[in-house]
Design a protein around this ligand. Structure first.
Ligand code: NAP
Length: 287
C-alpha cells in the first residue's frame, strides 16, 4: 500500500482564501482584523516563525503589529506590553512567540493576555473551555490537524486515536479535540511503556514528540491515518518530522509530510482565529 498524502500546504491555502470574503465583510463594517505578535530576544528560529506569521497576515489582509523586545527585558516590561495590547481595540489577537528567553515566565505572560484575544488558544480559560468541549479558541496546531482529518473525510467518531506527546500547546488539546469528536483517545508520553504496542492500535496516529524518526513502519497499523506534527532538524539542517516518512508511507492509508503538512495549517488556523476574534469584537460593538 502507498499512503495518500495529506497536503497541508494546499489545504492551508484554501482556508486562507476562504477568509477573504469574511475580511471584506469586516472592512465594510469598518473593522480590519489585527494581530499583534510579540517577540522577545534574538533567537533565529523564533524570528523566522514570527516573520512567517507576519507575512501570512499581510498576504491575507490582516493588519499585523510587530512588537520586538530586547533579550534582557523584564517580566514586568513584557506584561505591561501585553496589557497595553489588551486595551488596543484595533488588536483582535495577541500572540507571544515561545519559548521566551530565560528567566521569563511564558505561561504567566499567556495568562496576562485577554482570553478573548488569545488566538493561540493557550490561556488557561481557553484550555479549560476546550477540555469542557466548548472551545472558544482552539489551539492552532491541533485545530489544524482536525481540519486535515475533515479534509480527507475521516470522522474520528468511534476510531482509536493515539497522540504521542502531552504538551499544553499540542498533545493535550489534540487529545481533547479528538475526544470531543468522539474518538477513543490514548495519550502517550516519555513515560509510556511499549509505545509501539499502543501506536499499532491507532486508526489515527498523531506524532507530536519532537523526536526525529520516532515513528517507524512497524509501529503503524496498516491503513492508519498518520499525522506528523514534529519539526526537527536533520544533521544536514533540513526539516524532518517525528515519522519515518519513507517507510511509513508504505503502511499507512494517509500520511502528512514535513515540511508541507501541519506547519502551514498552524499558521492558517492562527489567521482563522484572528478573523473570528475580529468578528466577535465587531458583533459585541453592534457593528
Ligand atoms: P514538547 O513540549 O517538548 O513536548 C513533547 C512531548 O513529547 C512531551 O509530552 C514528551 O513527554 C513527549 N515525548 C518526548 N519523547 C518521547 C518519546 N520518545 N516517546 C513518547 N513521548 C515522547 O513539544 P511540543 O511543543 O508539544 O511540540 C512537539 C513537536 O511538534 C516539536 O517537534 C515541535 O517543534 C513541533 N511543533 C510543530 C508545530 C507545527 O506547526 N508544525 C507546532 C507546534 C509544535 P513528557 O511529557 O513525558 O516529557
Amino acid at each position: 500500500m502507498t499512503a495518500r498524502l495529506i497536503d497541508g500546504k494546499a489545504l492551508a491555502a484554501q482556508l486562507r482564501a476562504a477568509l477573504a470574503p469574511r475580511i471584506v465583510a469586516l472592512r465594510e463594517r469598518g473593522v480590519q482584523p489585527g494581530l499583534a505578535v510579540l517577540l522577545v530576544g534574538d533567537d533565529p528560529a523564533s524570528a523566522v516563525y514570527v516573520r512567517n506569521k507576519i507575512k501570512a497576515c499581510e498576504d491575507t489582509g490582516i493588519r499585523s503589529v510587530f512588537e520586538h523586545l530586547p533579550a534582557g527585558s523584564s517580566q514586568d516590561a513584557l506584561l505591561r506590553k501585553v496589557r497595553a495590547l489588551n486595551q488596543d481595540a484595533r488588536v483582535h489577537g495577541i500572540l507571544v512567540q515561545m519559548p521566551l528567553p530565560k528567566p521569563l515566565d511564558g505561561q504567566a505572560v499567556v495568562e496576562a493576555i485577554a482570553f478573548d484575544k488569545d488566538v493561540d488558544g493557550l490561556h488557561a480559560t481557553n484550555a479549560g473551555l476546550t477540555l469542557m468541549g466548548q472551545p472558544h479558541f482552539r489551539s492552532c496546531t491541533p485545530y489544524g490537524v482536525m481540519k486535515m482529518l475533515e479534509s480527507i473525510g475521516v470522522d474520528p467518531a468511534g476510531k482509536h486515536a493515539v497522540v504521542i506527546g502531552r504538551s499544553n500547546m499540542v498533545g493535550k488539546p489534540m487529545a481533547m479535540l479528538l475526544l470531543s469528536a468522539n474518538a477513543t483517545v490514548t495519550l502517550c508520553h516519555s513515560g509510556t511503556k511499549d509505545l509501539a504496542s499502543i501506536t499499532r492500535q491507532a486508526d489515527i496516529l498523531v506524532a507530536a514528540a519532537g523526536r526525529r524518526g520516532l515513528v517507524t513502519a512497524d509501529m503503524v497499523k496498516p491503513g492508519a491515518v498518520v499525522i506528523d506534527v514534529g519539526t526537527n532538524k536533520t544533521p544536514e539542517g533540513k526539516l524532518a518530522g517525528d515519522v519515518d516518512f519513507e517507510a511509513v508511507k508504505s503502511v499507512a492509508g494517509w500520511i502528512s509530510p514535513v515540511p508541507g503538512g501541519v506547519g502551514p495549517m498552524t499558521i492558517a488556523m492562527l489567521l482563522v482565529n484572528t478573523v473570528e476574534a475580529a468578528e466577535r469584537a465587531a458583533r459585541s460593538q453592534g457593528r
